[in-house]
Write a protein that binds this ligand. Structure first.
Ligand SMILES: [Zn+2]
Length: 174
């Protein structure tokens, strides 16, 4: 499932205090004895610092790994970065991801205020469908109104598609 190779694993609580604070990238010694520079201030990691729990299923991000891409990039780098995982005893590590509350495809921003924590399993099911249940995680009335509009538009669209399908079914019977 994972596209990354784990070079080192930490407990989330060990690295959490450094997330979002350390401006220059911090360096981590991999198990291969190389020093890897990683960014600790990304919106993704700051989303996890706010909460490391999946908003849908409650899965907890409890381990954070120094990961590199399995494949070499064209620029000769392997993109060292930190990934949060839930250590699931049955399925192996489940990646914890950031989710756009208002989907990007519907005009949602890439800022922390539009992000929530979601495991990869729940995020895969959600796709780019806005959910009114997430409204209390948006901090401003403006963003909340935007989510309402986006959800309404989405529901209208789905309603129209359903009605069209029904109509076509009826036509087909005649
Ligand atoms: Zn989940």
């Amino acid at each position: 499932m994972s596209q990354c190779k784990h070079l080192k694993t930490f407990l989330w609580e060990t690295l959490k205090p450094f997330i979002g604070i350390d401006k220059p990238p911090f360096k981590i010694l991999g198990i291969d004895n190389n020093l890897y520079k990683v960014k600790s201030t990304s919106v993704r990691l700051r989303t996890f610092k706010r909460s490391n729990i999946c908003v849908r299923c409650g899965r907890v991000g409890d381990i954070i790994c120094l990961d590199i891409d399995k494949k070499w990039r064209s620029n000769g780098k392997r993109n060292p970065h930190l990934n949060l995982y839930n250590k699931d005893p049955k399925r192996g590590p489940i990646l914890i991801t950031k989710d756009h509350i208002i989907p990007k495809s519907l005009g949602g921003s890439d800022k922390l205020s539009n992000m929530q924590t979601m495991c990869e399993l729940c995020n895969g099911k959600k796709a780019a469908i806005p959910n009114i249940k997430d409204i209390h995680r948006l901090e401003t009335k403006e963003l909340q109104d935007k989510l309402r509009r986006v959800v309404n538009d989405h529901n209208c669209k789905m309603g129209k598609i359903k009605r069209k399908r029904k109509k076509n079914k009826k036509k087909g019977k005649k």
